[in-house]
Every structure is written in C-alpha cells, then in structure tokens.
Design a protein. Structure first.
Length: 591
C-alpha cells in the first residue's frame, strides 16, 4: 500500500514520483505487454510519418518544378498514409483494452477490500460516497490509461525523430523547434496544476451530493411526514449547483489549456512558414540572394512542422486526464490505506500477552467452549470502544447480551465478524487464537442478522438464496415454515417472486426480520450473531419475532445483542455489558 505522507522537497520539485503516480504506474505495469506493443506500433507510426513527409515533399516539388511526379514515390506516400491509419487504429484499440482491464481489476480489488473492511469502511466515507469512488473515480482513470499513458511515449519519440531529421536540413528550423517546444510544455503543466485542484474539488462535491441523495432517498417517507421535503429539496439543489460550478470550472481550465497550446503551436508553425517563404524568395536578412533550403526541403519541413507539435498538443489536451487521474487516485488510495492490520506496538503487546500462562487456564477450564474471551477489549484513537471482558460461549449455547448504547455491544460483534483486528486481550475459537483463524472458514460458519436487514433489488427468492448453494424446494419450504415466513409470503400476489427494494419496501419490520432468520437457516450456519433484532418493532411484533427466533435457533450457537426492553427468556445465559466490563445475570430474574 502507498501511504499519503507529506512529500519531500524533491518530490514537490517533481524529481520524485508522488504516491498517486506510483499507484497509477503500478497498475499500468500490470498491462506492460500491451503498452510495449503500443510503443512498438508508435515506432512504426513515426517511421511511416517520415516516409510520408519525404515522399509527398518530392511529389509536390516535382509537380511545381517539372509539372510531373513519380508514381512510385506517390505509391510510397499513400502506403505510408495507410500504415499510419492502421497503426493508429491498433494503438487505440490496445490502449482502450489495457485501460478496460486495469479498471476492471482495480474495481474488483476495491470491492473486495471494502468487503473485508466491513463496518470499518464507514471510517472513510458513507456508502453513497464510496460507491462514487468505486464507479465514477475508477472510470476517471480511463483517459489516463487509454490516452495519456500511450501519448507520453509518442511525445518523446516523434519530436526527437523530427529534430534529428531536421538538423541536416535547416539549423534555423531546428532552433525554432527547440525554443518553442519547452514553452508549450511549460504552459501545459501550469494550466494542468490548476486543473488538478479543480478535479479534486469536483470529486469532493460529487461525493457530498451522492451522500445527500442517498439520505434523501432513504428518509423520504419520514421527511414527508414531518413536512420537511422543501428544505431537503433546497439542500439537494444547492449541492447540485455546487457540483455544476465545479464541473464548469474543470471544463473552463480544459478549454484554456487547449487554446494556449493551439496558440503557441500556431505561432511556431507560422514562424517556420515565414522563414521558408523568405528563404525561397532569397529575402532573408542574413542570406540575401541565396536560398538556405531547396523547394523539396521546404516542403519536407512544412509537412513535419505540424507533426512536431501534434503530439505535444495531444498531450496537452490529455494532461488534464493525468490531473484528473491523480485526484481520483488520492481518493482510491485512502480506501486501500484503510486496513485492519494491527500496529507494530499492538503486535508487541499481543505477543507479550500470549507469552503469559494466564489465558491457558481459562481455555482448559472450558474445553467445550466455542468462543473464549480473556480480557478482550478494544481501544481506538485513545477511546475505549469495548471494556475488558472475560467469559466463554459453549457450542449450542444461546447468549443474550444487553447494555446501554455505547458500551461496545456492536463492537464485540464486529470483532467476531473479523472486521476489526486492532483489539487487545485474547479471543479464542475452539482453543485457537482468533487472529490465526482462517476468516473465510470462520465466516462460513456465521449467520449475521443486522439491526436493519440489507437486501438487493430482486425477488424474495433471489435475496434468500444470495451467496449460498441453491437448496432443494423441500429445504427452502422447511426454512420458510420454521421462520414463519410461509404464511405472509403465500399471501403476496407473486409469492417468492415478489420484488424487494434495497430497503425492503412492501414488507413490515417483523416480516423482514423473519426473512433474515430464513436466510440464516438456509445458510446452514451454526453460529448466529444478531444485532438488535427487535429494534424499531412494537412490543407485539418484537415478541413474535423473538418467539420465531427461539423456534428456529434451537441447536445453534447464538449471541444476541438486545436492550432490556425486549427480554429474551429462552436464552441460556444473560450477559450485561457496562463501561466497567461484563457481568452475568440470572435469566429468571429478568423473566
């Protein structure tokens, strides 16, 4: 991973590559074969260009002087023109293919990394802004990989070859090219730097707009009930206007860059034409009565002059793509640099803790335990998110964990899901340290029932079977019956084919929780983690959901996080979590 740190002085002067450029170049290196082939075609293109200019110069001069031309030389010119067209087409196809492969792989890795982060992804941004990064900002790299990257090679190859071809023909034309080319590059970089800042502002405003749009979409019903849709609409309109202004700012700089480059290129070509015209008329102040170049050489120089500045102008047009890509890379690096790995200091502390024999007695005391905690805690940024706890959960045991908000109930579930590794103390899964457990195998045993069930746009059947092996019709019906979903699903017009939205529109809170239970049954997981399954439900619905959970979870190992407002009388044990630690209460006292 590349960490964004303050760039050293050399980096600010352009001598050292920034983390963003290193990131972009690393991904470009994965398509090195395609880019090498693009460069080879670029060499062929340059050779064909010189051949075409030489052939056409001879054809034009022969027509002017002799009134005729050589058909063979014209054939060479047309062949060179055809080669240039074919090579350009091939270069564009290869570059586009390389860009597509890079963006596909990068997006796949981003989604995989965000999946591994789990709830920790919210440290970076809200989901709407993250989706903007995964889709919009990855696509923002397209022009960099398909146009700017291949053009870098051409901008160093073509001008150098033309300068070498020009030197024996006319030292004056050579000098004009040498003086004007750096000016084009200088103004390209100057305007491009401003474009980079504008692109970063545009991405930030787009992320804010995405978050606001998602919040408005999710809370629209509540806003209507409160009569606040007008304020929400005005806020969204202000954000859209801000995004419009930043987008127009980027376009303004892009047009300014293009106009500047065209101006300098046009002036330089005009200087070349003026020199050649006066030279052919033998009116140059330093060589009156003598022509410094022949007509053929003059045509040759005139034909190559636009070709000399063309790659520079194209690079200038594409330079804002580089700045846009760097701005996007900054946001993508932030995702990759957010990891679950522990710091070196935490690793040393854990190593010292493991060396102590105290936890061994805890493990030996409960040989049938599925999960064992020994002084397990979690501190982040100097703030305690989970007080030290020590206890165990036996296989098949159903634990009710209650406590006030902010004591770390959900944090404990996130730790057990493997989304946080920066914990202190110890956690064992069947006598094996949690940090050494294969997360893929452990998660295959887990069923996660969040406070608000999450769905994808699709039918109820698709949501139930998402991510699991397709069960038999008998197994599916048994899970629906056991979770008490069969009655309300049969009452729906389309049954299992009824469409669901991401928010589960059309179903009540209790029905969505029962579908979550059915999904857990179909996953064949033996460990269930539930976070506030009765949150937002009325007393009657909450009781019905808990009764369903009692019937469906027999034989499973459960850890249910719930407030005391919905007591779970059928739980085997009741834990109470406070800022001081974990305490166990008798179920009978609650029931």
């Amino acid at each position: 991973m590349f960490k964004r740190e303050k760039a050293p002085k050399k980096a600010r002067q352009g001598r050292v590559k920034t983390p963003e450029l290193m990131f972009l170049n690393e991904w470009a290196g994965r398509q090195s074969k395609r880019y090498r082939l693009v460069q080879l075609l670029g060499v062929v293109f340059t050779v064909a260009m010189i051949m075409q200019a030489w052939s056409l110069a001879n054809v034009f001069s022969d027509m002017v002087i002799h009134g005729a031309f050589s058909v063979s030389i014209l054939f060479i010119a047309l062949t060179a023109l055809l080669i240039r067209a074919l090579v350009s087409f091939g270069r564009e196809r290869l570059s586009a293919s390389a860009s597509r492969s890079i963006r596909y792989s990068l997006r796949e890795k981003l989604v995989s990394h965000l999946t591994k982060l789990g709830p920790a992804r919210l440290r970076i941004e809200e989901d709407a802004a993250l989706s903007t990064r995964v889709y919009e900002q990855v696509d923002a790299l397209d022009d960099y990989y398909s146009r700017y990257k291949p053009q870098l090679f051409m901008v160093s190859l073509i001008p150098c070859v033309i300068l070498l071809a020009m030197l024996p023909v006319s030292w004056v034309a050579f000098a004009i090219f040498m003086v004007t080319a750096p000016l084009v590059i200088f103004f390209m970089i100057l305007v491009g730097h401003k474009a980079a800042q504008a692109n970063r502002r545009q991405f930030n405003v787009l992320a804010m707009l995405s978050n606001q749009f998602m919040d408005l979409n999710q809370g629209l019903a509540e806003l209507k009930r409160l009569g606040r849709t007008g304020q929400a609409k005005e806020r969204l309109s202000d954000s859209a206007s801000a995004y419009q202004k930043t987008t127009m700012g980027v376009l303004r700089l892009a047009f300014l860059s293009t106009a500047t480059l065209e101006l300098f290129a046009s002036i330089a070509i005009a200087m070349i034409a003026l020199y050649l015209g006066l030279g052919l008329l033998e009116q140059l102040p330093w060589s009156k009565g003598v022509s410094p170049v022949s007509l053929t050489q003059a045509f040759f120089i005139l034909l190559l002059a636009p070709e000399f500045y063309l790659p520079l102008r194209q690079l200038g047009n594409d330079y804002h793509a580089k700045q846009k890509a760097e701005a996007a890379a900054t946001a993508l690096l932030e995702i990759f640099n957010t990891s679950l790995s522990r710091s070196e200091e935490q690793a040393k502390e854990d190593a010292q803790t493991v060396s102590k024999p105290s936890h061994l007695s805890v493990v030996k005391t409960h040989p049938a335990s599925l999960l064992t905690f020994y002084k397990l805690s979690w501190q982040e940024a100097g703030r305690s998110r989970l007080a030290p706890i020590s206890n165990h959960i036996r296989t098949g045991e159903r634990i009710w964990l209650s406590g006030e908000s902010g004591v770390g109930k959900s944090s404990l579930l996130h730790l057990l899901l493997g989304f946080e590794e920066g914990y202190q103390g110890e956690c064992f899964v069947e006598d094996k340290e949690f940090s050494s457990v294969d997360l893929a195998q452990w998660r295959a045993r887990l069923a996660w029932l969040p406070q608000t069930p999450e769905w994808v746009n699709g039918s109820i059947r698709q949501n139930l079977l998402l991510g699991i092996d397709t069960p038999t019709d008998e197994a599916l019906q048994a899970a629906l019956t056991k979770s008490q979903c069969d009655v309300f699903i049969e009452a729906l017009p389309d049954g299992l084919e009824t469409k669901l939205t991401e928010l589960g529109a059309g179903l009540s809170g209790g029905q969505m929780q029962r579908l979550s239970i059915a999904r857990a049954l179909l996953s064949k997981a033996d460990v269930w983690l539930l976070d506030e399954p009765c949150s937002g439900l009325d007393e009657e619905t909450a009781t019905a959901v808990l009764d369903t959970l009692n019937l469906a979870s027999k034989g499973k190992t459960l850890l249910v996080v719930s407030h005391d407002t919905h007591p779970i009388a059928w739980a085997d044990r009741h834990w109470t979590l406070t800022h001081g630690g974990l305490h166990e209460q008798r179920i009978q006292a609650i029931a």
